[in-house]
Write a protein that binds this ligand. Structure first.
Ligand SMILES: [Zn+2]
Length: 254
Protein backbone atom coordinates (compact mmCIF):
# COMPACT_ATOMS: atom_id res chain seq x y z
CA UNK A 1 0.00 0.00 0.00
CA UNK A 2 1.31 3.44 -0.85
CA UNK A 3 1.74 5.42 2.31
CA UNK A 4 -0.58 8.36 2.41
CA UNK A 5 -1.52 10.92 4.99
CA UNK A 6 -5.25 11.51 4.95
CA UNK A 7 -7.38 14.20 6.56
CA UNK A 8 -10.96 13.46 7.59
CA UNK A 9 -13.07 16.59 7.88
CA UNK A 10 -15.53 16.20 10.77
CA UNK A 11 -18.21 18.92 11.03
CA UNK A 12 -18.95 19.95 14.61
CA UNK A 13 -21.67 21.97 16.36
CA UNK A 14 -23.17 24.72 14.17
CA UNK A 15 -20.27 25.58 11.86
CA UNK A 16 -17.09 24.24 13.53
CA UNK A 17 -14.66 21.75 12.08
CA UNK A 18 -12.60 19.13 13.80
CA UNK A 19 -10.09 17.14 11.76
CA UNK A 20 -8.52 13.73 12.02
CA UNK A 21 -5.19 13.47 10.22
CA UNK A 22 -4.05 9.88 9.91
CA UNK A 23 -1.83 7.41 8.08
CA UNK A 24 -3.55 4.87 5.84
CA UNK A 25 -0.74 2.40 6.61
CA UNK A 26 -0.26 2.28 10.39
CA UNK A 27 -3.64 3.92 11.18
CA UNK A 28 -2.10 6.36 13.63
CA UNK A 29 -3.85 9.69 13.87
CA UNK A 30 -4.08 13.13 15.46
CA UNK A 31 -7.38 14.87 16.19
CA UNK A 32 -7.46 18.64 15.89
CA UNK A 33 -9.88 20.78 17.95
CA UNK A 34 -12.58 18.29 18.99
CA UNK A 35 -15.82 19.94 20.17
CA UNK A 36 -18.24 17.04 19.89
CA UNK A 37 -16.58 13.66 20.43
CA UNK A 38 -19.38 11.44 19.08
CA UNK A 39 -18.75 11.73 15.29
CA UNK A 40 -14.98 11.60 15.87
CA UNK A 41 -15.25 8.41 17.94
CA UNK A 42 -17.44 6.90 15.24
CA UNK A 43 -14.79 7.57 12.59
CA UNK A 44 -12.02 6.23 14.86
CA UNK A 45 -14.00 3.02 15.46
CA UNK A 46 -14.98 2.55 11.82
CA UNK A 47 -11.37 2.95 10.69
CA UNK A 48 -9.46 1.36 13.61
CA UNK A 49 -7.48 4.51 14.28
CA UNK A 50 -5.00 4.67 17.17
CA UNK A 51 -4.61 8.22 18.41
CA UNK A 52 -1.11 9.69 18.67
CA UNK A 53 -2.54 12.84 20.23
CA UNK A 54 -5.05 15.64 20.25
CA UNK A 55 -3.97 19.11 19.09
CA UNK A 56 -5.81 22.16 20.47
CA UNK A 57 -5.43 25.58 18.85
CA UNK A 58 -6.87 27.78 21.64
CA UNK A 59 -8.94 27.88 24.79
CA UNK A 60 -12.44 28.53 23.36
CA UNK A 61 -14.77 25.68 24.30
CA UNK A 62 -15.90 25.05 20.73
CA UNK A 63 -12.34 23.87 20.02
CA UNK A 64 -11.82 21.50 22.94
CA UNK A 65 -15.12 20.57 24.65
CA UNK A 66 -14.92 17.08 23.10
CA UNK A 67 -11.61 16.22 24.77
CA UNK A 68 -13.08 14.55 27.89
CA UNK A 69 -15.29 12.09 25.99
CA UNK A 70 -12.59 11.42 23.43
CA UNK A 71 -9.93 10.42 25.99
CA UNK A 72 -12.49 8.38 27.91
CA UNK A 73 -12.88 6.39 24.72
CA UNK A 74 -9.14 6.25 23.92
CA UNK A 75 -6.45 7.68 26.16
CA UNK A 76 -3.88 9.90 24.40
CA UNK A 77 -1.70 13.00 24.81
CA UNK A 78 -3.30 16.44 24.66
CA UNK A 79 -1.20 19.21 23.16
CA UNK A 80 -2.34 22.77 23.82
CA UNK A 81 -0.82 26.22 24.31
CA UNK A 82 -2.39 26.70 27.76
CA UNK A 83 -2.21 24.49 30.86
CA UNK A 84 -5.77 25.56 31.79
CA UNK A 85 -7.19 23.96 28.67
CA UNK A 86 -9.09 20.77 29.35
CA UNK A 87 -6.73 17.93 30.36
CA UNK A 88 -3.63 19.38 28.66
CA UNK A 89 -0.69 16.99 29.03
CA UNK A 90 1.82 18.74 26.75
CA UNK A 91 2.02 22.54 26.62
CA UNK A 92 3.22 23.82 23.24
CA UNK A 93 4.84 27.09 22.22
CA UNK A 94 6.29 28.79 19.13
CA UNK A 95 8.76 26.58 17.28
CA UNK A 96 7.99 23.35 19.12
CA UNK A 97 8.02 20.20 17.02
CA UNK A 98 5.49 17.47 17.73
CA UNK A 99 7.02 14.28 16.40
CA UNK A 100 5.23 11.00 15.86
CA UNK A 101 5.72 7.82 13.84
CA UNK A 102 3.84 9.16 10.84
CA UNK A 103 3.86 12.95 10.87
CA UNK A 104 5.62 15.94 12.40
CA UNK A 105 3.94 19.23 13.29
CA UNK A 106 5.55 22.58 13.88
CA UNK A 107 3.79 24.88 16.34
CA UNK A 108 3.39 28.50 15.22
CA UNK A 109 2.19 31.01 17.81
CA UNK A 110 -0.60 33.13 16.34
CA UNK A 111 -2.02 35.36 19.07
CA UNK A 112 -4.72 37.88 18.22
CA UNK A 113 -8.01 35.98 18.26
CA UNK A 114 -6.92 34.81 21.72
CA UNK A 115 -3.57 35.35 23.41
CA UNK A 116 -2.86 31.62 23.54
CA UNK A 117 -3.72 30.79 19.91
CA UNK A 118 -1.38 28.48 17.96
CA UNK A 119 -1.60 26.78 14.58
CA UNK A 120 -0.12 23.40 13.63
CA UNK A 121 1.82 22.96 10.40
CA UNK A 122 3.15 19.78 8.82
CA UNK A 123 5.55 21.15 6.21
CA UNK A 124 6.42 17.68 4.83
CA UNK A 125 2.76 17.01 4.13
CA UNK A 126 1.72 20.54 3.14
CA UNK A 127 -0.87 20.76 5.89
CA UNK A 128 -1.86 23.67 8.10
CA UNK A 129 -4.54 23.51 10.79
CA UNK A 130 -5.28 27.18 11.34
CA UNK A 131 -8.01 27.16 14.03
CA UNK A 132 -9.53 30.61 14.39
CA UNK A 133 -6.45 32.53 13.21
CA UNK A 134 -6.94 32.22 9.46
CA UNK A 135 -10.30 31.50 7.83
CA UNK A 136 -10.91 31.13 4.13
CA UNK A 137 -11.23 34.76 2.87
CA UNK A 138 -11.06 36.04 6.43
CA UNK A 139 -9.47 35.85 9.84
CA UNK A 140 -10.60 35.38 13.42
CA UNK A 141 -12.17 38.15 15.45
CA UNK A 142 -9.69 39.88 17.71
CA UNK A 143 -10.98 39.06 21.18
CA UNK A 144 -7.84 39.23 23.31
CA UNK A 145 -4.96 40.56 21.23
CA UNK A 146 -4.50 43.69 19.13
CA UNK A 147 -4.77 44.30 15.39
CA UNK A 148 -0.97 44.60 15.17
CA UNK A 149 -0.59 41.27 16.95
CA UNK A 150 -3.08 39.53 14.66
CA UNK A 151 -1.38 41.01 11.60
CA UNK A 152 2.02 39.76 12.80
CA UNK A 153 0.53 36.30 13.39
CA UNK A 154 -0.99 36.20 9.92
CA UNK A 155 2.34 37.38 8.46
CA UNK A 156 3.90 34.19 9.84
CA UNK A 157 1.29 32.12 8.00
CA UNK A 158 1.82 34.19 4.85
CA UNK A 159 5.50 33.16 4.88
CA UNK A 160 4.59 29.45 4.63
CA UNK A 161 4.81 27.66 1.30
CA UNK A 162 2.16 28.32 -1.37
CA UNK A 163 1.53 24.59 -1.77
CA UNK A 164 0.08 24.21 1.73
CA UNK A 165 -3.51 23.03 2.16
CA UNK A 166 -5.27 24.87 4.96
CA UNK A 167 -7.95 23.43 7.23
CA UNK A 168 -9.53 26.11 9.43
CA UNK A 169 -11.83 26.07 12.47
CA UNK A 170 -15.12 27.30 11.00
CA UNK A 171 -17.15 27.17 7.81
CA UNK A 172 -17.42 30.94 7.31
CA UNK A 173 -16.25 30.88 3.70
CA UNK A 174 -19.35 32.09 1.85
CA UNK A 175 -20.16 34.74 4.44
CA UNK A 176 -16.56 36.00 4.22
CA UNK A 177 -16.63 36.00 0.44
CA UNK A 178 -19.92 37.93 0.35
CA UNK A 179 -18.37 40.45 2.71
CA UNK A 180 -15.35 40.94 0.42
CA UNK A 181 -17.57 41.24 -2.65
CA UNK A 182 -19.54 43.95 -0.85
CA UNK A 183 -16.40 45.95 -0.09
CA UNK A 184 -14.54 45.36 -3.37
CA UNK A 185 -17.21 45.63 -6.04
CA UNK A 186 -16.98 43.78 -9.34
CA UNK A 187 -13.61 42.22 -8.65
CA UNK A 188 -12.94 39.57 -11.31
CA UNK A 189 -10.72 37.50 -9.03
CA UNK A 190 -13.43 37.24 -6.34
CA UNK A 191 -16.14 36.41 -8.91
CA UNK A 192 -14.00 33.62 -10.34
CA UNK A 193 -13.22 32.08 -6.99
CA UNK A 194 -16.87 32.23 -5.96
CA UNK A 195 -17.67 29.96 -8.88
CA UNK A 196 -14.96 27.49 -7.79
CA UNK A 197 -15.97 27.55 -4.13
CA UNK A 198 -19.66 26.96 -4.85
CA UNK A 199 -18.66 23.99 -7.00
CA UNK A 200 -16.42 22.62 -4.24
CA UNK A 201 -19.21 22.96 -1.65
CA UNK A 202 -21.74 21.35 -3.99
CA UNK A 203 -19.43 18.38 -4.57
CA UNK A 204 -17.96 17.89 -1.10
CA UNK A 205 -20.35 19.80 1.25
CA UNK A 206 -17.40 21.80 2.58
CA UNK A 207 -15.05 24.55 1.42
CA UNK A 208 -12.11 22.84 3.16
CA UNK A 209 -9.27 22.56 2.50
CA UNK A 210 -8.04 25.61 0.63
CA UNK A 211 -4.74 26.38 -1.01
CA UNK A 212 -2.54 28.87 0.84
CA UNK A 213 -1.00 30.24 -2.38
CA UNK A 214 -4.45 31.24 -3.67
CA UNK A 215 -5.39 32.59 -0.30
CA UNK A 216 -2.38 34.93 -0.37
CA UNK A 217 -3.86 36.51 -3.52
CA UNK A 218 -7.48 36.58 -2.36
CA UNK A 219 -7.57 37.17 1.38
CA UNK A 220 -6.88 40.85 2.22
CA UNK A 221 -6.39 39.96 5.89
CA UNK A 222 -3.47 37.80 4.84
CA UNK A 223 -1.93 39.79 2.02
CA UNK A 224 -2.69 43.00 0.16
CA UNK A 225 -0.81 42.01 -2.98
CA UNK A 226 -3.68 42.15 -5.46
CA UNK A 227 -4.17 45.30 -7.53
CA UNK A 228 -7.78 45.63 -6.30
CA UNK A 229 -6.66 45.74 -2.68
CA UNK A 230 -3.68 48.02 -3.45
CA UNK A 231 -5.85 50.51 -5.34
CA UNK A 232 -8.45 50.52 -2.58
CA UNK A 233 -5.77 51.28 0.01
CA UNK A 234 -4.35 54.06 -2.15
CA UNK A 235 -7.77 55.68 -2.55
CA UNK A 236 -8.35 55.56 1.19
CA UNK A 237 -4.78 56.60 2.02
CA UNK A 238 -4.31 53.54 4.24
CA UNK A 239 -1.15 51.72 5.28
CA UNK A 240 -1.19 47.95 5.76
CA UNK A 241 -2.24 47.92 9.42
CA UNK A 242 -4.86 50.67 8.87
CA UNK A 243 -6.34 48.65 6.03
CA UNK A 244 -6.38 45.56 8.22
CA UNK A 245 -8.12 47.42 11.05
CA UNK A 246 -10.64 48.99 8.66
CA UNK A 247 -11.60 45.61 7.16
CA UNK A 248 -11.68 43.85 10.54
CA UNK A 249 -14.00 46.54 11.99
CA UNK A 250 -16.30 46.36 8.96
CA UNK A 251 -16.38 42.57 9.11
CA UNK A 252 -17.20 42.62 12.86
CA UNK A 253 -20.44 44.40 12.04
CA UNK A 254 -21.25 42.51 8.86
ZN1 LIG B 1 -12.19 30.86 18.96
Amino acid sequence: MTKRILVEIIPQLKDNYSYLVYSNVNKLGFVIDPADAAPIIKFIKDNDIILSGILITHHHADHNSGVNDLIKFQSTKIYSPDKNINKTSNIVKEGDLIKSDFIEFEVIATSGHTLDHVVYCSKQNNLLFSGDALFRFGCGRIFEGTCDEMKRSLNKIEKLDDSINVYCGHEYTIHNLNFLKGVFHNDKMLDEIEHDVLKQIKNTKTSMPFNLGNEKKLNPFLSLGSSTYKNFMKRKGFGNVEMFRYLRDLRNNY
